[in-house]
Design a protein around this ligand. Structure first.
Ligand code: SAH
Length: 557
């Protein structure tokens, strides 16, 4: 097909799509003027009136006289001197037929369809070069067209830049092609599968702002731990060991030529973490490791083996992370979009930590305000275990007016095995939709998953769940930054990993009010108000909250 016919074809497809209701009724001259105008916009060569009519004829021939319905029926075979003398009309453009030709032209490298040499078969039958019969039924026709529409390419095979390139028209030419249905569909599917710019930005910002710790492997040679027993001293307060370098150097000096045990040990001690058995007078090594290791409540009398941790001596890894951590202040200058405002944490630092020692079931929540972006609660659910703090029955907990604390935002609720379902139910009753669940996989001191925890009825509990409830439709939440799984070691009974704060703070951004319910002193942090009955008194810095709280306590007294 020649270039001009191709241009007319493209124009007709696009132009016809711009009109809402097919079929189209317009004089051929009118369509010609529109075409000329579009050529002008695109900076293309002019096509004369006669050429234009010829192109229409050609297209109609390719489609076996079925592309256009004209008035009079033979309008395209008449001769017109100029457009002003043509009063014939095109009353129907078969979009399907035109699209099929367009696809053929685009897809095949050979000049594809030539007008059939034999006289056209009856008008009702439209056959294409592909010899596919065009169904009569409109639905079926559409299906066939959709089949021919370019499928979006397999994503993994395309570079990301390629993938997104399709999202925006690159030049004026593209703007015209993107009005075609197939291109628009492709763009739409690309758009839907592309991560939002806000997600990408939030993720990058989080990477720059999150302090990192050096990562070390653990030594897996059991001989090293044995050799290190006489070379280290143990500090019970911290559970860490200290290396006696002088002693190690002595051993290195005495090492005979053929043996390199200590040379190898010195190299390993520089790079990896070692766990050194602490042999006390009561320790019976035959019993093996204590299940609780460093969290054992009776370490000074326990007969099982405990360990002290010896950190790598080489500090080059720490130097690398220190460099990143130094740049965090710079990253803090970048504004963050949070709660509908652009905030730079550098200009609006978090409020200092605040806390209230109280019985949560008795506190009037209206004192606290209702604009928390985030709430986290770790209730002492009734479980069959002796704990050193009070617990709550399910109905006491449900009665707490959690529904009053937020207009919109996130509510994270720690649940235990039995209470996963109860927790979901409670969140819904408080006005939240449970949108996700964060899982904390517990590791022990030796960085292995817990196989014999303190809790568990059917199976040993080696994980805990944090339900993520959402109220309203907050636009300011940073989505998809962290994964929903967190691997971290256990500490005191019920104490949750600190990493959780980083995760949830990244979701709501800086400068937002955050509330922790059933928190303890070690949970207090800048930006957070912590409430619970094991806190050291009350410490409030927000003036209105302090006033409301103290005047309510005075009335009570
Ligand atoms: N998430 C915490 C552990 C919370 S344990 C951490 O990481 O350490 C549950 C806490 O809720 C305990 O401190 C318990 O004393 C407290 N608590 C139980 N009932 C309470 C009540 N009615 N009012 C306030 N605090 C309560």
């Amino acid at each position: 097909m020649d270039k001009k016919t191709n241009e007319v074809l493209k124009f007709l497809i696009d132009w016809n799509y711009l009109l809402i209701e097919p079929p189209v009724e317009g004089s051929i001259a009118e369509i010609y003027f529109c075409f000329i105008a579009s050529c002008q916009v695109k900076g293309k060569d002019k096509v004369s009136w006669l050429q234009f009519v010829k192109c229409l004829q050609k297209l109609n021939e390719i489609c076996i006289h079925n592309a256009f319905t004209c008035m009079p029926a033979n309008a395209l075979s008449l001769t017109y001197e100029d457009p002003f003398k043509c009063f014939s009309k095109i009353t129907y453009i078969d979009r399907l037929a035109l699209n099929l030709i367009y696809k053929q032209v685009k897809l095949s490298s050979n000049p594809p369809i030539e007008p059939p040499k034999t006289p056209p078969p009856p008008l009702s039958r439209l056959r294409l070069a592909a010899q596919r019969e065009v169904p009569r039924d409109k639905e079926e026709r559409l299906d066939l067209l959709m089949e021919l529409v370019d499928r979006p390419p397999v994503k993994s095979k395309r570079a990301a830049s390629d993938l997104y390139a399709g999202l925006s028209p690159l030049d004026i030419e593209d703007i015209y092609t993107t009005t075609s249905r197939s291109k628009r569909l492709e763009q739409l599917s690309l758009l839907l599968s592309a991560p939002a710019g806000s997600h990408i930005l939030a993720k990058e910002r989080a990477k720059l702002r999150t302090p990192i710790k050096p990562f070390f492997d653990c030594c897996d040679d059991p001989r090293h731990a044995q050799l290190l027993i006489p070379l280290t001293s143990f500090d019970r307060a911290t559970n860490y060991c200290k290396l006696n370098l002088a002693k190690l150097n002595d051993r290195l000096k005495n090492e005979t030529g053929s043996s390199d045990t200590y040379t190898e040990l010195a190299r390993c001690v520089n790079q990896k973490i070692h766990f050194i058995p602490i042999i006390q007078s009561q320790t019976d090594t035959k019993l093996g490791d204590c299940s609780y290791l460093d969290t054992c409540h009776k370490m000074s009398s326990c007969r099982y083996v405990h360990y002290g941790q010896l950190m790598p001596q080489d500090d080059s890894a720490s130097k690398k992370t220190a460099q990143h951590n130094k740049n965090i202040n710079k990253a803090m200058q970048i504004s963050d979009f949070t709660r509908g405002e652009a905030i730079s944490p550098a200009t609006r630092p978090e409020l200092p930590a605040q806390w209230i020692n109280c019985d949560v079931t008795k506190l009037d929540f209206s004192i606290l305000g209702d604009d928390f972006a985030l709430i986290i609660a770790d209730p002492s659910w009734t479980i069959h275990m002796n704990l050193n703090y009070s617990s709550l029955t399910d109905s006491d907990l449900l009665q707490i007016r959690m529904d009053k604390l937020q207009k919109e935002g996130l509510f994270l609720l720690w649940v235990t095995g039995r209470t996963i379902e109860t927790g979901r139910d409670f969140l819904k009753k408080w006005g939240y939709q449970v949108v996700n669940q964060i899982t904390w996989v517990k590791t022990n001191q030796l960085v292995r998953t817990i196989s014999t925890g303190r809790t568990g009825h059917w199976l040993n509990h080696s994980k805990e769940h944090l339900l993520v409830g959402l109220k309203g439709n907050p636009k300011w939440i940073n989505k998809c930054i962290d994964p929903q799984i967190l691997i971290s070691s256990t500490r005191e009974t019920s104490r949750k990993p600190d990493e959780i704060y980083g995760m949830v703070e990244r979701m709501v951004g800086p400068g937002t009010r955050k509330l922790e319910i059933f928190g303890r002193q070690h949970n207090t942090r800048p930006g957070w108000l912590t409430i619970g009955n094991q806190l050291n008194g009350t410490h409030l810095v927000e003036k209105e909250i302090a006033e409301r709280y103290y005047s309510a306590s005075a009335t009570e007294a």
